[in-house]
Design a binder for this molecule. Sequence first.
Ligand SMILES: N[C@@H](CCC(=O)N[C@@H](CS)C(=O)NCC(=O)O)C(=O)O
Length: 204
Amino acid sequence: MKLYYSPGASSLAPHIVIHEAGLEVEFDRVDLNTQTTASGLRFCKVNPKGNVPALALRNGEVLTEVSVILEYLADHVPDRRLLPAPGSFDRYRVQEWVGFIGTELHKGFGPLWDRLMPDAARRLAVQCLQRQLTYLDRCLDGRSYLMGDKFTIADAYCFTVLSWARFHRLDLGDYPAVRAFMHEVANRPMVRKAMEAEGLMQAA
Ligand SMILES: N[C@@H](CCC(=O)N[C@@H](CS)C(=O)NCC(=O)O)C(=O)O
């Protein structure tokens, strides 16, 4: 398998899961501005949507969308319990978190990356994220991870997305349980390994 990624982008979530799962995967860095890869490919040939992550499989298929790639990777190594077993209720809970992170948090940051976004729209986007963070803070109070004491794919995704807060003057200090969660995840050896591989350790 080969993961197409861009440092610090949402592709960091599958990168973390690859290390947590102990999977052998190749990596190809994508320059999102030029839409070319380090190996010299035009990225639109890999993922016509132009987004990372994309996961190229041995059978020639390419999987896209963070949520699906995370699930696919975790299901390769069920004994690591990065995702509860198919059919179990807890699996739906993890998927519920992944849905929340993808639609409310990941895409909540979307407008903030756009330099042309007017200030008023930016303020609204920040307020929206703050509302979601208040909810998340309540859920994380008294637990290490979203599902309790077990690290899952949802934590890798949540950590990745919330690490963008520092670029947008969104102070996680107002959310003590979220901050503790970020600290807990950042200190996992496999998370550090993924971040190091993407050259993010100085930025963290
Ligand atoms: N729906 C996609 C969205 C992924 C996405 O937003 N990726 C961003 C990076 S975090 C991207 O590649 N944007 C393209 C660009 O900036 O040109 C998914 O869930 O995988």
